[in-house]
Design a binder for this molecule. Structure first.
Ligand SMILES: Nc1ncnc2c1ncn2[C@@H]1O[C@H](COP(=O)(O)OP(=O)(O)OP(=O)(O)O)[C@@H](O)[C@H]1O
Ligand SMILES: [Mg+2]
Length: 166
């Protein structure tokens, strides 16, 4: 049975044919981001979460963004908005994630991008955009699915039109 929240959530199904395309998709997200936007990235090792984040950084006009070393769990960079790049790979549960000070970041004016968000799924607000990246049929294909409240998805739909899978 559908719960009330089902009717309010929408998913955009996107296809990426290579890392450059994933970055372009990220760039759109970065450009269209409002203060306080939260992107929850899930997907296996090497799926492309960091690649998408690099695109988001470009879209936010963060100069010279480089991939953060994996042992640093939270990095901050300044663009049009502040980008908080959070990697929860080494986090066991929600309590450990909160110890990183995520709450303050999530309810601030910056943009939060969280890799391995499933490690602490229950701490994120409902307006967050969940993005799953899955391997496709070939080495460079990926399915990128964005799920969020319909009103949030509406902000991205036109700008992502060319990547939407019919
Ligand atoms: N369509 C694609 N989109 C993104 N990356 C791709 C794609 N096709 C191939 N790749 C390659 O996959 C790798 C993705 O690496 P990336 O570090 O972004 O993954 P990740 O999901 O962040 O992994 P981790 O879980 O280790 O943090 C890169 O080497 C990239 O070149
Ligand atoms: Mg990564």
């Amino acid at each position: 049975m559908a719960s009330p929240s089902d009717t309010l959530t929408e998913t955009l199904y996107l296809a990426s044919s290579g890392p450059e395309v994933t970055q372009e998709i990220g760039k759109v997200l970065g450009r269209e981001s409002r203060p306080g936007a939260i992107y929850l990235l899930t997907g296996e090792l090497g799926a492309g979460k960091t690649c998408l984040t690099q695109g988001i950084a470009q879209g936010l006009e963060v100069p010279g963004y480089v991939r953060s070393p994996t042992f640093v769990m939270v990095t901050r960079s300044i663009g049009k908005l502040t980008l908080h790049h959070i990697d929860l790979y080494r986090v066991e549960d929600s309590f450990e994630a909160l110890d990183l000070g995520l709450e303050e970041l999530m309810y601030g004016d910056g943009v939060c991008v969280v890799e391995w968000a499933e490690r602490a799924a229950d701490i994120f607000p409902e307006e967050s955009v969940s993005i799953s990246i899955d391997y496709g049929g070939s080495e460079t294909e990926r399915s990128i699915n964005l799920t969020a409240p319909a009103g949030v998805i509406a902000n991205f739909r036109d700008a992502l039109e060319e990547y939407i899978v019919a």
